[in-house]
Structure formats: structure tokens, C-alpha cells
Design a protein around this ligand. Structure first.
Ligand code: GUN
Length: 302
């Protein structure tokens, strides 16, 4: 078994801060050209987790000098009214990025919503044009923030992905599918052999045990146990699950998809939760927004 030390943790907060500093430099260049980047958030309904996430994203925008505003629409908002509001934001030159927080109420077709956001303002990377560019390896699109954040965690921690066996658990459109597409590209921080496992996968523990890099993004609390992880493997926990906890003041707590206390004894490196992937998602969102604003101004930043 791998020796356990506190330093096998991957510090997502510190790496996110590094990316924020780079984004700040781009924003300074935009200011020098007379442009303040703007990001519009739309939240529909009162999902408690979405309130927290959008609040954290907004706060970080303010810290970096991105103008942001959040529009909160009632739960009963009709899809056509939401689409009309997105069309208005598409046409607003002071708005460079648009983010509609998921999950949306059941009566709204989220694909129709993401398809309506102009691809150039789609800082979430959920529009089919951006998803298509990701799959094709065209770097001119926006990459979804959590997959991009996972890739940056690996890159900036010096974890080699080329030729590595990467197992992604979860085939959602927000994390699993785009992350698999990202890591299999012929590119820096990619070139991996990717296996995408999901709820119908047979012998899932066996797949997990083959992984050099295991990414858990299926939304099942503590799914990944220590005996599913190859000693020394890299474990990235994307999950955020609310579970009952009699000892907590509100009777519940948040846990990841990984049984952290046990798995950290086996893993070579592991993300804590919180403080791992979460801050990276925000960092990539703001980076995408700065890029969207630069593109709107015709400035090349890469
Ligand atoms: N819900 C959970 N993750 C995300 C995300 O990255 N973007 C949006 N818009 N909603 C989410």
C-alpha cells in the first residue's frame, strides 16, 4: 500500500488561484482596450445548491473585475420566455458570456435552452457547436468548465495523461461525456486511453482497478471504495452529494463520489472534496468568459 501523507492531496484551490491570476492578466488587457468583460447568470427556481453555486461564481467574477448579474426567474417560467430572455442577452454587446444554471425545472428542455445561447457567448461549452468542436479537437470553441478544470488539475500537478488508462465514471453531458472527449484528443494534457463507465457497465470495479487515473462523476455518494482503486492511482472526485448526517446542524452534509477517508490511503494523489474540482470549475468559467470577451473585441490571447 502506498505511504500516506497529507501531501497526496491535489490542492484545487491553489491551482484555481493560479488560473485566476492568468485570467486577471487577460482582463487587464481588456480594460486597457476599454472593455470590461460581462457575464450574465440565469437561475430558474430556487434549487438550494444552484443558489450556492451561482453565488460563488458571481463573487469570484467581482473579485476578478468581471461585471456579472444574476437573473432569477420563477420556477414556473415558461420555456419560451426563458428562450426570449436568452435571445436578448445574445444581442446585448455588454454581455460576453451567458450561463443558465442546471438543473432546470422538469418542464424546460435544457437542450433547447443550451442550443439558444449564442456559441460565442456559451462559456459553459454546452452548445452543440462547442461540443462538436471539442469532439473534433478544434480549440476555437469553449470547453465545458468542469472537464476543463479536471484537465488543468492533472496538467498543473504534473500528472502524465499520455498513454495513461483513464477511467471516467458517469456519462452526463456536463462532465463525463465531454471529459472523455477532452482526454482522448491528440493534444497536450490528453492522449489518454479513455474508458467511460456508466450505470449499465458490467464489472465496473474491474474497470476502476485498471485505471491510472480514475475520475468519479456519476453522482453516487461514496461509490468508489478503496478496493476499487489501484495502489498509487490518481483519483479525481467530481461528485457533490447531499447525505443525511445526524451530527450536522441541518441534518445533512455534502460528500463526494469517492469514499475519501479510505481511498486516500491507497491513491497516489487524490482531490479533497470540497477544495478539489469545485474551485477549478469556477476558474475555467472565468477564463472562458475572459476569452469570450477578447474574441468579441478581436484580441488574440492564446
Ligand atoms: N450545474 C452543475 N454544473 C454546472 C455547470 O458547469 N454549468 C451550468 N450551467 N450548470 C451546472
Amino acid at each position: 500500500m502506498t505511504t500516506v501523507t497529507a501531501d497526496n492531496l491535489i490542492d484545487g484551490r491553489a491551482i484555481a488561484e493560479e488560473i485566476h491570476q492568468e485570467t486577471r492578466q487577460i482582463i487587464t488587457r481588456l480594460y486597457d482596450n476599454g472593455l470590461q468583460p460581462g457575464l450574465a447568470f440565469i437561475r430558474v427556481g430556487e434549487d438550494p445548491a444552484s443558489k450556492v453555486y451561482v453565488g460563488m461564481k458571481e463573487k469570484t467574477c467581482t473579485r476578478l473585475g468581471i461585471r456579472s448579474r444574476t437573473e432569477v426567474l420563477p420556477e414556473a417560467t415558461e420555456q419560451k420566455d426563458l428562450l426570449r430572455r436568452i435571445a436578448e442577452l445574445n444581442a446585448d454587446p455588454t454581455v460576453h458570456g451567458i450561463l443558465v444554471q442546471a438543473p432546470l425545472p422538469a418542464h424546460i428542455d435544457s437542450a433547447a435552452v443550451f442550443n439558444t445561447i449564442s456559441p460565442g457567448k456559451d462559456v459553459d461549452g454546452f452548445h452543440p457547436v462547442n461540443m462538436g468542436k471539442l469532439l473534433l479537437g478544434d480549440p476555437s470553441g469553449f470547453v465545458p468548465c468542469t472537464p476543463a478544470g479536471v484537465q488543468q488539475l492533472l496538467l498543473r500537478t504534473g500528472i502524465a495523461t499520455a498513454g495513461a488508462e483513464v477511467v471516467v465514471l458517469g456519462r452526463g453531458n456536463i462532465v463525463g461525456k465531454p471529459l472523455a472527449a477532452l482526454l482522448l484528443q491528440k493534444a497536450r494534457g490528453a492522449d489518454a486511453t479513455v474508458t467511460l463507465c456508466h450505470s449499465r457497465t458490467r464489472h465496473i470495479a474491474e474497470h476502476c482497478r485498471r485505471a491510472d487515473i480514475l475520475v468519479a462523476a456519476m453522482g453516487v455518494a461514496h461509490f468508489v471504495k478503496a478496493d476499487m482503486v489501484k495502489p498509487g492511482a490518481i483519483v479525481i472526485d467530481v461528485g457533490v452529494n447531499r447525505v443525511a448526517d445526524a451530527a450536522a446542524p441541518n441534518g445533512s452534509k455534502l460528500v463526494g463520489d469517492v469514499d475519501f477517508d479510505a481511498v486516500r490511503l491507497v491513491a497516489g494523489r487524490i482531490t479533497p472534496n470540497p477544495g478539489g474540482v469545485g474551485p477549478m470549475t469556477i476558474a475555467m468559467l472565468l477564463s472562458n468568459t475572459a476569452r469570450a470577451a477578447a474574441q468579441a473585441l478581436g484580441i488574440k490571447i492564446d
